[in-house]
Write a protein that binds this ligand. Sequence first.
Ligand code: B12
Length: 214
Amino acid sequence: MPRSKKDILADLQKAVETWDWKLAEKVAHEALEAKIAPLDAIENGLGKGMMTLSDRFDRAEVYLPQILAASLAMEKAMEVFKPAMKTGEATSKGKVVIATVEGDIHEIGKNVVAALLVGSGYTVYDLGRDVPIEKFIETAAENDADVVGASALMTTTVLGQRDIVERLKEEKLRAKTIFGGAPCTQKWVDEIGGDAYGENASEAIEKIAKLIGR
Ligand code: B12
């Protein structure tokens, strides 16, 4: 008997929480067979697992090796979902450059946002993690990007987001900006003159749609 969507999502969450990449891969395939939308599975299964694990890490109940193993489980499952996320839409909803700023190797949240953007029909230039500010600017200029998004997970690297706003202005590029990551807040984005703040991936998608306005 096929399992319910609720059970499958719960198992995706569990696979990340228990850093079990074999389970993550297996249940990701099961989710596709059960016709669960990849975006749903990523946000409400895998993503939830990473969020609860983050909280446990903050309470020192788990440590970096477990977090690393959980990231791997998440990545393995994302690989399974990726081919199913090609939208097939003839026209792109807009061009978005996204990456994690220089000095910062955290990429799980950025990957979730990028995956949701691809799945929602945007053309995404995902530059990866630990990306120099100039690379954001160059890519935005070369592709006439509509939006530049940057993730920063540390109080030290969040400053890179401010540099992006400044450099885009200096180069007179038309791209709007959106920022996210643990130390980033609406207040910070207002302070640096950014255009939007995304607390989570769904909010990121919503706000990017507004920024592009088509
Ligand atoms: C996973 C993790 C790691 C993994 C990263 C694996 C990977 N491939 O990404 C590993 C183990 C490698 C790691 C390493 C380190 N980490 Co770490 N890590 C975390 C942890 C536990 C969870 C982050 C995460 O993935 N969350 C799950 C995702 C889904 O959530 P998210 O990232 O917040 O993303 C969501 C939103 O923020 C938003 N969002 C994210 N990006 C963007 C971008 C845009 C444009 C938008 C709109 C929205 C958006 O949408 C996402 C989806 O909902 C956090 C704790 C925390 N509370 O965040 C610490 C944390 C970020 N790490 C921390 C530290 C200190 C480090 C290390 C320096 C540790 C060390 N001593 O070596 C190194 C970093 C080295 C470096 N130069 O970068 C600190 C940072 C403290 C600070 N100074 O600010 C934290 C806060 C832990 C802590 N409480 O101390 N880490």
